[in-house]
Design a protein around this ligand. Structure first.
Ligand code: IPM
Ligand code: MN
Length: 351
């Protein structure tokens, strides 16, 4: 019997509360599907930083490499200047663990929760494959003449052929194996970003030759946001760079019903991956037992799929679907008709 080692980072704000519900579901599904696991908790986040001044201990990355997977709540603290924790914990882990894919499935479970008029679950069912290790997130750039009226701030998008190719290849494999229509759209901006997306476009069409069963398509990022609202059914799998992926997945989360259901995976196909709800730490709801834990529970389902517990992952996803369709009044914090812990209990009950 497998015995998985799972690192748990509750993080900031409501992160620990939603992770708790994920772990409740994990315990129940492990019993049903007959696998074992051990968890180790880490207290990385704003509270620890404010107490000790340390963002991430230097041993953390090496230690995390020894796990089968990482389950993360949220990073971001209102008393810490934006960027310190995000760059020092979340982005550092993504980079140092080489989690070069950010996988964001987008599925409308119930039309009641879609803000778009007349859209049905069949219309909103696609996956964004976001490059997760390069682009603008690489942090390259500089100030010139800082603080003067001649100041210049330069922020560089860094795209390597290897980095783009491994992401594009992952997306083609994903479209081939899991795509609803086996269709892959490159989302870019080839009309303006004529270096970065020239490389992306050339790589995309070269790799496409190896995947004759996958239909290819291209959309500029601005048009993509328009189609997400107008014709989301056109999309199946979308591949894009780090920055555009960040932006379009927040919009995508809204059309699937909001952050309450938005799960993501930071994936290193050959290493340790990390799964997190993408909604952030929602500090104003901390400790109130009102935050929606379903995004964290959906992230747990992704984690289970990644470690190979596919039927456990299906079981969790189906239970979430049932709870969303038959129980939940709203996906928003405080309006669900149930508390955070009750929603976790419901998912366990419908497993
Ligand atoms: C996300 C988040 C992060 C990102 C932030 C918190 C650094 O918005 O996972 O999408 O920009 O990648
Ligand atoms: Mn984001």
């Amino acid at each position: 019997m497998s015995n998985y080692k799972i690192a748990v980072i509750g993080g900031d704000g409501t992160g620990p509360e939603v992770v708790e519900e994920g772990l409740k579901v994990l315990e129940a599904v492990a019993e049903k599907c007959d696998f074992k696991y051990e968890t180790t908790s880490y207290d990385f986040g704003g509270a620890r930083y404010l107490k000790t001044g340390e963002v991430l201990p230097s041993s953390a990355v090496e230690e995390l490499k020894t796990f089968d997977s990482i389950f993360l709540g949220a990073i971001g603290h209102p008393d810490v200047k934006p960027g310190i924790l995000e760059k020092g914990i979340l982005l550092k882990l993504r980079f140092d663990l080489d989690q070069y894919i950010n996988l964001r499935p987008v599925e409308l479970y119930d039309e009641r929760f879609c803000p778009l008029k007349d859209k049905k679950p069949a219309d909103i069912n696609f996956t964004v494959v976001r490059e997760n290790s390069e682009g603008l997130y690489k942090g390259l750039g500089e100030f010139q003449n800082k603080g003067t009226k001649d100041e210049i701030a330069i922020q560089i998008s860094h795209n390597t052929r290897k980095g783009v190719e491994r992401c594009v290849r992952y997306a083609f494999e994903y479209a081939k194996n899991h795509g609803r229509k086996k269709q892959l759209t490159l989302c870019g901006k080839t009309n303006v970003l004529t270096y970065a997306f020239d490389l992306w476009e050339r790589t995309f069409y070269e790799v496409a030759k190896e995947y004759p069963q996958v239909t290819t398509d291209y959309a500029h990022v601005d048009a993509t946001t328009m189609w997400f609202i107008k014709n989301p059914d056109w999309f199946d799998v979308i591949v894009t760079d780090n920055m555009f992926g960040d932006i379009i997945t927040d919009l995508a989360a809204m059309i699937q019903g909001g952050m309450g259901l938005a799960a993501g995976g930071n994936i290193n196909p050959n290493g340790v991956s990390m799964f997190e709800p993408i909604g952030g730490s929602a500090p104003k709801y901390t400790g109130k037992n009102v935050i929606n834990p379903l995004a964290a529970i959906c992230s747990l389902a992704m984690l289970l799929r990644q470690i190979g517990e596919v039927s456990a992952a299906d079981m969790v996803e189906n239970s979430v679907k049932t709870v969303v369709k038959t129980k939940i009044k709203s996906l928003a914090a405080g309006k669900m008709g149930y508390s955070t812990t009750e929603v976790g209990d419901l998912v366990v009950r419908y497993l």
